[in-house]
Design a protein around this ligand. Structure first.
Ligand code: NAD
Length: 446
């Protein structure tokens, strides 16, 4: 099939590469010239395992190409996927300016009928708006055809995006006509050979499903963080509780980890957007508000613990920070808990020595001044980050941080204190090595 994917970010680029891998001919339209130039030479601008190999293979095979021009992108395309960002707008709603701009461009560029599929996460009713906008422009250009629209929300996870796209748990097809459903079913068939997990529903239900899924996962996290707060006061280890409830099949083990809050480009903005949708309908989203409030509080917890430990005196203290990305496996720093911690530590006068396997490049803009002055140092090795440190704070549970040589770290640090923002370390073992250990919702150790 001839396809167009608009937007070459985490979702668009993975979508384009994976459809090309299945033998489709894909043109990916990207408006950022720097990103475009890098992609055209086979250089992936984001960190995503397996993506570079696919990109290079299909640039070489000719199955995949990139363009700045919508006209070029949709020429002969049977399906156009919109995969541009929908960040939080001023009032908390999803900012649809990129999506609607794409609709206008499509309305100007299309020369033939095409199925337009929304892959971006957008509020209920957006696909309809997109379709109307495109068709209005087609009418004003005196074109005789109109587009059909569909919603195909994306469920890939950063860090395993290629794998998730290639082997999806399920594919949601939101279509209001049979022809679009059949077209998308055919396109996705090679990804679903061993199971038939295609869920067909209406466009609006598909749009809502994506928000409900993310809001539910965020709710599980905030619920566990609330339980952790109570555990800490009752001298109970939340990790025992997590194992205890996770073994119940009705609850399951996913997304019940207490920690320093959720971040990333989806959960925070999608919970906010859903709250705003509810407000616009005059419906009170009490649970969602609580989920968001708990998370905001949770993100400040590590700093509070560090500050308390040093009796509020952080000026001149050296704090090692392990992990900056919002989760392991990605370089994405959007709404990462690490940023809340770093901002507070730097404002309090601490020196920060931070290490992340892939996310350091993204620190240049926001922390240019601190990097310049040396108040913030980025290290390649996790051990270098702990040199002369008064505290070590684990923020992102990358595999490289899971089983370090604590005896070596004990020798490097000025004061042996570990704040474990993901509860990955064994409190008793660390106490035995002479560390003071502070987890989230765990009894004090050491
Ligand atoms: P992103 O910011 O990484 O990428 C968006 C890309 O679109 C950028 O490269 C941008 O330059 C480009 N773009 C914007 N306007 C354009 C235009 N008019 N023409 C061409 N290109 C344009 O965003 P993302 O993380 O890939 O997310 C995209 C959408 O998918 C969002 O709605 C998001 O909520 C949703 N989503 C994201 C994830 C994820 O894990 N990142 C997962 C599922 C769904």
């Amino acid at each position: 099939m001839q396809l167009c994917v608009i937007g070459a970010g985490y979702v668009g680029l993975v979508t384009a590469c994976c459809f090309a891998e299945m033998g489709n001919r894909v043109v990916c339209v990207e408006r950022d010239p720097v990103r475009l130039a890098r992609l055209a030479r086979g250089d992936v601008p984001i960190y995503e395992p397996g993506l570079e190999a696919l990109l290079r293979a299909h640039l070489a095979s000719g199955q995949l190409s990139f363009s700045a021009s919508m006209g070029e992108g949709v020429r002969n395309a049977a399906i156009a996927f919109i995969a541009v960002g929908t960040p939080t707008g001023e009032d908390g709603s999803a900012d649809l300016s990129h999506v609607l701009a794409v609709a206008d461009e499509l309305g100007e560029a299309l020369q033939q009928p095409c199925l337009v599929v929304d892959k971006s996460t957008v509020p209920v009713g957006t696909a309809e708006r997109v379709g109307q906008r495109i068709n209005r422009r087609l009418a004003s250009r005196s074109m005789s055809f109109r587009v059909r629209i569909a919603s195909n929300p994306e469920f890939l996870k950063e860090g395993s995006a290629v794998e998730d796209f290639m082997r999806p748990d399920r594919v949601i097809l939101g279509c209001d006509d049979g022809q679009s459903t059949e077209q998308l079913r055919r396109l996705y068939a090679p990804f679903l050979r061993n199971h038939e997990r295609v869920l067909c529903m209406g466009v609006r239900a598909a749009e809502f499903t994506k928000y409900a899924a993310n809001a539910f996962l965020a709710t599980r996290i905030s619920f566990m963080n609330e339980m952790a707060g109570l555990c800490a006061r009752l001298d109970v280890d939340i990790e025992d509780v997590r194992r205890g409830i996770g073994s119940d099949k009705r609850i399951g083990t996913h997304f019940i980890y207490a920690g320093c809050g959720y971040g990333g480009s989806c959960f925070p903005k999608d919970v906010r957007a859903l709250i705003r949708s509810a407000e616009l309908e005059g419906f009170e989203p009490g649970i969602l508000r609580a989920v968001e409030a708990r998370n905001a509080l949770q993100k400040t917890l590590l700093f509070q613990s560090v500050r308390e430990h040093f009796n509020g005196l952080l000026q001149g203290r050296i704090v090692a920070v392990w992990g900056l990305a919002f989760k392991p496996g990605t370089d994405d720093l959007r709404e990462a808990p690490s940023l809340v911690l770093l901002d507070a530590l730097l404002a309090a006068g601490a020196k920060v020595q931070a290490c992340d396997p892939v996310a350091c490049n993204g620190m240049q803009g926001r922390y240019a001044e601190a990097l310049e002055s040396g108040q913030l140092q980025l290290t390649e090795s996790p051990y270098s980050a702990t040199e002369s440190a008064d505290a070590l704070v684990l923020v992102t549970e990358w595999k490289q941080f899971r089983q370090p040589d604590f005896a070596r770290i004990r020798g490097l640090m000025r004061m042996p204190v570990i704040f474990d923002g993901r509860n990955i370390y064994d409190a008793t073992e660390l106490a035995g090595l002479g560390f003071l250990y502070r987890g989230i919702g765990r009894p004090l150790a050491g």
